[in-house]
Design a protein around this ligand. Structure first.
Ligand code: ADP
Ligand code: MG
Length: 261
């Protein structure tokens, strides 16, 4: 903990700025992703968390600044989960198999390696028994676990999860936090975004975002009352930072999560 020694550089952002018209969503971000390390992006709604994940995924090109290396390492990205029941008419198993289309091609045949990777991912996310069910009929936690299994089946070097835990049942939350630890042990880089301090504390490093990078470092160094006040301003109600068992261990926001993405 606390050192990057022995963890290879996976991605580097230098002075990354993203403008949407006149809105500066990210301002001169300098950041490195390392192999086998997890990073939590924490910040209020609109602080640029999803935009930064989109940069890591190669989906948004910075207005200025540099992202290296080119090409980017293999990335799997689980976007913020949306409202209930507006998904595809697919079974959970079909959603999982989409994770291997990159290696097989859409019409390609699955190899034993594909099948082993999908079975392993399904087992780790405890969705093996759900694969014949309609994806739409699953609970939010079950759907999220299927989406994460799809990402794991890709065996990415960098795993990006946008608010993976927000609003899920506790067993799903636990499983996802355990998975993050397991993946970093295997050498994967994991980046999550969150509003929740207790989730952020599970990661090796925390980046506090307010369009610019307010602070980055170990959870203990970054999740201080002063840093959080700077990032969240008056919306941070009280000092909840030390109540580890308080379920309201969250940085208060306009609403839990928005559905606009
Ligand atoms: P967060 O994920 O932290 O809530 P976002 O990265 O989604 O923040 O958004 C940062 C800011 O950029 C917000 O003000 C948002 O409205 C704006 N924004 C995000 N994506 C777009 C887009 N495609 N076009 C215009 N503005 C955007
Ligand atoms: Mg977001």
């Amino acid at each position: 903990m606390g050192t990057d020694a022995g963890h290879d550089l996976r991605m580097r952002l230098e002075g990354v700025t993203v403008d949407f018209g006149r809105l500066r969503a990210l301002d001169a971000i300098d950041l490195e992703l390392r192999a086998g390390r997890s990073l939590a992006l924490i910040g209020a709604n609109g602080s640029g968390k999803s935009t930064l994940l989109n940069v890591f995924a190669g989906l948004i090109k910075p207005t200025s600044g540099r992202v290296s290396p080119a090409p980017l390492p293999p990335v799997a990205y689980v976007r913020q989960h949306g409202p209930e029941g507006n998904w595809l008419p697919l079974t959970a198993g079909e959603v999982l198999r989409m994770g291997r289309y990159r290696s097989t091609g859409w019409w390609g045949r699955f190899t034993d390696a594909d099948r082993a990777s999908m079975a392993d991912a399904a087992g780790r996310m405890a969705v093996t028994d759900l694969l014949d069910r309609s994806f739409d009929e699953l609970s939010g936690g079950q759907r999220q676990r299927v989406m994460i299994a799809q990402a794991l089946a890709q065996q990415p070097e960098v795993l990006l999860l946008d608010e993976p835990i927000t609003g899920l049942d506790l067993p799903s939350q636990e499983l996802i936090l355990q998975m993050i630890e397991g993946e970093t042990t295997k050498g994967t880089t994991v980046v999550i975004s969150t509003h929740h301090l207790d989730e952020a504390r599970h990661c090796d490093a925390v980046a506090l975002l307010a369009r610019r990078l307010v602070a980055i470092g170990t959870p203990d160094a970054v999740l201080t009352p002063a840093g959080l006040r700077e990032a969240f301003g008056p919306r941070l109600l009280g000092d909840h930072t030390h109540h580890r068992h308080d379920t309201e261990l969250l940085v208060l926001d306009d609403h839990g999560h928005d559905h606009t993405h």
